[in-house]
Design a protein around this ligand. Structure first.
Ligand code: NAD
Length: 354
């Protein structure tokens, strides 16, 4: 098992240190190689995604990423900004499938803005296509055109999916549903958009290969409503790049605790990059305040999806549940009556629970 570790910037360094301690405690045969991505890479090499990192990431079976970015680099030209490193590595590794679980541990039910009975125990997964759709379709642009006899600026983008692209993200989603509660909801806008009519057709064709998974469909506007009305009706949801961008953020906010949410981005061979959903949190960086659990849970996703070590993944997830049940909380999830701990102490607690 070759793992490329990219702590990144801000709290990335602190949360990754705890995630690596947890990984090492499992005593698996793995080789860890550290490299630079983001602002730290700009400082050291002038590029947010230097060649050495490109090579290590390509050679590894999986990449663990902390977070990148910070105000220090916001003044740089766009191509040198840390976020370019993030887009660069996703493209470099051909990561087309983004898996974002939204889990609300019963102990944290008050963190959500929704009523506890609506969200307590929530455990859903959004599978988002990451490399196609209107975000990448050509032609695109803003240009002068004649509209009703007057010259004016017109903006345009192209929503496009080939059936190959739909089928490969569909397979990832059906496989994910198979590992969970065997329910998959595909989200589209087939009543208006031909691209998503094809999306629905291909999902239906694929379902013949997954008779054990119950496939349903929702239009995206209804899906957005259902996610806040009764999110626990879902198990896995699959959708395109733009709808997935919006719905995955909506789903993560149901939990109210950004420091708890891991994610995975996979290629065709289940090689993946695993990272917390949050950013580099410059406001709390270097103060031992960051919640490392999203990154620790990203290690669990890596063991499950890239290395097929389901039991080891569950071992980490159970340790996190235990630590929460014991009442340990970093500042972002703190409530009176619980024990406030720092980043390192949260790592200690997870190790003890393991
Ligand atoms: P952010 O997620 O870094 O922070 C938003 C808020 O959540 C802050 O108040 C922060 O303190 C808090 N927070 C985030 N993670 C936390 C954790 N683990 N524990 C406790 N509190 C946590 O988003 P932002 O402030 O909009 O962005 C900061 C920087 O991060 C920017 O440079 C942005 O570009 C970058 N960013 C990077 C990624 C990534 O690396 N994938 C994602 C989003 C933003």
């Amino acid at each position: 098992m070759k793992i490329c570790v990219l702590p990144g910037d801000g709290i990335g360094v602190e949360i990754m240190a705890q995630a690596v301690r947890v990984l090492k405690a499992l005593d698996l045969k793995c080789e860890l190689e550290n490299a630079l991505l983001g602002g730290c890479a700009v400082d050291a090499t002038g590029s947010p995604f230097p060649e050495v990192t490109q090579k290590l990431a390509k050679e590894a079976d999986a990449v663990l990423l902390g977070a990148v970015g910070g105000p220090k680099w916001d003044v740089l030209p766009r191509e040198q900004r840390p976020e370019r490193g993030l887009l660069g590595i996703r493209k470099h590794l051909g990561l087309f499938a983004n898996l974002r679980p939204a889990v609300l541990y019963p102990e944290l039910a008050n963190a959500s803005t929704l009523k506890p009975e609506v969200v307590a125990g929530l455990d859903i997964m959004i599978v988002r296509e990451l490399t196609g759709d209107i975000y990448f379709g050509q032609p695109r642009g803003i240009e002068m055109r004649d509209v009703d006899g007057s010259k004016q600026r017109v903006g345009f983008n192209t929503m496009i999916y080939s059936e190959t692209e739909i089928r490969r993200i569909g397979r990832v989603a059906f496989d994910a549903a198979r590992r969970r509660n065997k329910k998959l909801c595909s989200v589209d806008k087939m009543n208006v958009l031909e691209t998503t009519q094809l999306w629905r057709d291909v999902m239906i064709e694929l379902s013949a290969d997954y008779p054990d998974v119950e496939l349903s469909h929702l239009l995206v506007d209804n899906a957005a409503m259902q996610l806040v009305r009764n999110p626990k009706q879902f198990d896995v949801m699959v959708t395109g790049n733009m709808f997935g961008d919006i719905l995955s953020d909506e789903a993560s906010m149901l939990t109210g605790s950004i420091g708890m949410l891991p994610s995975a981005s996979l290629d065709e061979n289940n090689k993946g990059m695993y990272e917390p959903c949050h950013g580099s949190a410059p406001d709390i960086a270097g103060k031992n305040l960051a919640n490392p659990l999203a990154t620790i849970l990203s290690v669990a996703m890596m063991l499950r999806y890239t290395f097929a070590l389901e039991e080891r993944a569950q071992q980490i997830e159970s340790a996190v549940k235990k630590v929460l049940a014991q009442g340990y909380r970093t500042g972002d999830i703190y409530e009176p009556g619980t024990t406030r701990v720092g980043t390192k102490e949260m790592g200690d607690a997870v190790l003890a629970a393991l």
